[in-house]
Design a protein around this ligand. Structure first.
Ligand code: SAM
Length: 272
């Protein structure tokens, strides 16, 4: 499949996910798992978002870019928390429309811009942003290096970038790696460690942290919550689709429990 076809398919998939995630039942579940109700499709919790705000040193008038922002999580929350300006970029219009509605509800329209674009071809001038964030986006996109290079181009001197990502565990044998890839998000496979990709794209790695334990807790709570809301969720997507989604979640949990998948946070900086 070509890159354009991959991105098109991704946009359709995440448009569907965004509509599902905005339902009353899913936002109720999101509150219990992540402590927010933006219709999020990543595993970033409110606590992690607050840590990201600190790591990015966000402040009023700083300009932040949230790549793969979906329905506005965590970009809109970070703008509300810190007073920064935020630009939200993603592929599916359906998700960005939800983000725009939320920005209006939260009186953030003056400090928020929403742009439909590929993170690998950002339609902004060089050196436009003080801070960049993406939550579980690189594991959902085919050309990770192109997205990191795109982010680097639009980052100002001294800008910071924080991202979370789900990855196959290092040093797996071929059969285990295959299970990790099949159990993870759509583009979880990655040719190198993200530290190497950061270096290749002109970023300086500052810090990395393993978030796997919290990720596993969140997924278990999420699956229990799906079971508890099965009737309401089946009414939204049909019982076959719900069973499929729960099976996929169970497979991801099993892969994390077996040490095949992990979730990490990276903090990077540009030179001055
Ligand atoms: C796991 S979701 C996270 C969405 C949102 N940040 C959240 O936390 O709910 C990953 C998002 O990345 C977006 N995405 C994937 N590849 C992208 C690309 N090349 N450019 C822009 N967005 C992309 C998807 O459309 C999806 O909305």
């Amino acid at each position: 499949m070509s890159l354009a076809q991959d991105l098109n398919e991704l946009a359709c998939r995440f448009a569907t996910d965004a509509e599902f995630a905005r339902s009353v039942a899913m936002r109720d579940l999101e509150r219990s798992v992540c402590g927010c109700d933006y219709g999020s499709t990543s595993w970033t919790t409110r606590r992690e978002a607050e840590r990201i705000a600190q790591l990015l040193e966000l402040r009023p008038a700083a300009k932040m870019l949230d790549v793969g922002a979906g329905s506005g999580w965590p970009g809109l929350y970070l703008a509300q928390l810190t007073g920064c300006d935020v630009v939200l970029v993603d592929l599916p219009l359906a998700a960005l429309r939800i983000a725009l509605e939320r920005a209006t509800t939260d009186s953030l329209s003056q400090r928020c811009e929403v742009v439909a674009a590929d993170g690998a071809a950002l339609p902004f001038k060089d050196a436009s942003f003080d801070a960049l964030s993406h939550s579980d986006v690189l594991c959902c996109t085919p050309d990770k290096l192109a997205v990191l290079r795109g982010c680097r181009r639009v980052a100002r001197g001294g800008a910071r970038m924080v991202f979370t990502v789900i990855v196959p565990a290092p040093s797996l044998g071929a059969p285990e790696r295959q299970i990790a890839i099949e159990s993870g998000p759509p583009f979880v496979d990655v040719p190198d460690d993200y530290a190497v990709l950061l270096d290749q794209s002109g970023w300086c790695l500052q810090e990395r942290a393993d978030l796997t334990a919290a990720f596993l807790r969140s997924m278990r709570t999420h699956l229990e919550g799906m079971r508890a809301r099965a009737d309401a969720l089946a009414a939204l997507v049909g019982s076959d689709e719900l069973t499929e989604r729960m099976k996929r979640r169970q497979a991801t949990i099993a892969a994390v429990e077996a040490g095949l998948l992990r979730r990490e946070l990276f903090v990077a900086r540009t030179g001055q």
